[in-house]
Design a protein around this ligand. Structure first.
Ligand code: NAP
Length: 491
């Protein structure tokens, strides 16, 4: 099997023969709610018909024609109302997350809150961020040059299951603010979360057609991308999906943004405050059961603190409590599906076959549910392909560095470039290290932050483009120049 995290696994020609990808291709044709804690199939949802897809594109286009001219005050009112509705029923929305993809209920509630904050961020700031900009021109004969931001039209959002609402909010709030309309193809294991967000926006007063959830097949996704009425596609997901969607968008000459995987470094320098750093490391690697693109997947420890860190970290990981994600005492959730758990276990086996040492940590995880035993991987060397993989589960890769410079070099030896962090008592030193690590996001003395007012995105195989703040807002607008020249200017 070729692992998805491998830097060598994502040429489209490879994907067509990659058994893992083909298996998922088959598996994921059906939209279904399967509780990852009990394994119970709760409900299946039929794929969209081709006629429904065609109709949805047309209705999104019709909605765009009036939405683009809707006042910003009206748009902001709808976004604010959606945020309020989310908060009013926080528990109900959160329970759906836990049911469909297994995250612990406290984290699910936090995701609902974050999604509300993103909606509010754009209600408050988008008008200002989109305001026309007067360009400073050198020669008065150039006239008055204005850069205006105009919406493009219908967009397609393809989203993953690990943050089912947050991922929608990240693209929906800015793009509706910009005047675009959206079709959503969500992950096939969170169909109810997708439908719940569509209803939420309808209840908030969004006009019919402006945001539609489709249980689209892969052929239909391609059909949507090829439609002349669709003007861009934003995907968050794996490298494999990114390679396919970017190539389809490229062939159709459409703009795309890709938010893909990562293997973020968590660098610990010798002057770090170890106790707190260890707490952050345990959290950074295990929240959302380790299924976060910006999880702290590679702990890079300088020699001086290696043993002490490892002792505390192992204890911290062993103290995690695996169990029912609805139980507020649970701190380690099952993975999102049995398939996801099997994939992580298979990757651990392969890492070991190539020379790594895998140490299982803590009490045995429950037999029932898509659990993976927390595992610490040591002795992973650059000649082991696993050194370059993303482990999407509770697996910590531990790497030892002689000193700060070697830690930076190890951090940069990755096909990915999403996030990362550095821990040190000296903030200036942390800043200097952060500047030398080549990723889209770096944090000093914090593993990562997902906030409504911070940008999100990466470089290299972690994708391109940014979501959130003005950067996300402007990914799918026409930055149009309007130049007004004085009628009396000489010819
Ligand atoms: P995935 O398999 O790529 O799925 C993501 C989405 O893409 C799903 O909706 C999926 O639909 C769809 N998809 C996959 N292949 C497709 C194709 N050929 N045509 C059309 N749609 C396709 O990703 P995953 O494994 O579920 O999610 C985890 C990955 O996402 C990790 O690598 C993680 O790091 C990354 N991620 C990145 C970010 C970020 O912001 N950078 C955030 C979260 C997650 P189906 O469910 O129907 O397959």
């Amino acid at each position: 099997m070729t692992c998805r995290g491998s830097p060598y696994s994502t040429k489209i020609s490879d994907l067509q023969t990659d058994p893992y990808y083909l298996q998922r291709w088959e598996e994921h044709m059906t939209y279904a709610t399967i509780n990852p804690f009990t394994g119970e199939l709760i409900k299946e949802f039929p794929n969209a018909t081709d006629a429904e897809v065609t109709e949805a594109i047309e209705s999104a286009h019709q909605a765009f024609l009036s939405w683009r001219n809707t006042s910003f005050a009206n748009k902001a009112e709808i976004l604010n109302r959606a945020a309020a509705l989310l908060r009013d029923s926080k528990r109900r929305y959160a329970e759906l997350l836990t049911l469909e993809m297994g995250k612990v209920i406290g984290e699910a509630e936090a995701e609902v809150e974050l999604s509300a904050q993103i909606l509010e961020y754009y209600a408050e700031h988008a008008e200002r961020l989109l305001a026309p900009q007067k360009l400073p021109v050198a020669d008065p004969a150039e006239g008055e040059a204005l850069l205006v931001n105009e919406p493009l039209g219908v967009l397609l959002a393809i989203e993953p299951w690990n943050f089912p609402y947050y991922q929608i909010a990240r693209i929906l709030a800015p793009q509706l603010s910009a005047g675009n309309t959206l079709l959503l193809k969500h992950a096939s294991n969170v169909p109810q979360c997708a439908a719940a967000f569509e209803s939420l926006m309808r209840d908030a007063g969004l006009p019919q057609g402006a945001f539609q959830n489709l249980y689209a097949t892969r052929d239909q996704v391609e059909q949507i991308i090829n439609s002349p009425k669709v003007h861009g596609v934003a995907l968050t997901g794996s490298e494999g999906a990114g390679a396919v969607i970017a190539s389809q968008a490229g062939k159709a000459l459409k703009k795309s943004t890709l938010e893909l995987g990562g293997s973020d470094a968590f660098i610990v320098l010798e002057d770090a405050e170890l106790e707190k750093t260890i707490d952050w490391a345990v959290f950074g690697r295990h929240w959302n059961a380790g299924q976060v693109c910006v999880s702290s997947k590679r702990m890079i420890l300088v020699e001086a603190i290696y043993d002490k860190f490892m002792e505390g970290y192992t204890k911290g990981v062993a103290a995690l409590k695996a169990g029912d994600p609805m139980d507020p005492n649970t701190t380690l959730a099952p993975l999102s599906s049995q398939g996801a758990a099997d994939e992580v276990k298979q990757k651990i086996r392969e890492a070991v076959e190539h020379g790594a040492t895998a140490t299982e940590v803590g009490p045995k995880v429950p037999e029932q549910g898509a659990f993976v035993q927390p595992t610490i991987l040591t002795n992973v060397t650059p000649d082991n392909p696993a050194y370059y993989w993303e482990f999407f589960g509770p697996v910590s890769m531990i790497l030892k560095a002689k000193d700060e410079q070697e830690a930076i070099a190890i951090a940069n030896d990755s096909p990915f470039g999403l996030g990362g962090s550095v821990f040190t008592a000296d903030e200036q030193r942390g800043l200097a290290v952060a500047k030398q690590v080549s990723t889209g996001m770096m944090f000093v003395n914090h593993p990562t932050m997902a906030k409504a007012d911070l940008p999100f995105g990466g470089i290299r195989r972690s994708g391109y483009g940014r979501e959130l703040i003005d950067l996300g807002l402007k990914e799918f607008v026409n930055h149009k120049l309007i130049n007004v020249v004085d009628i009396n200017a000489p010819f």
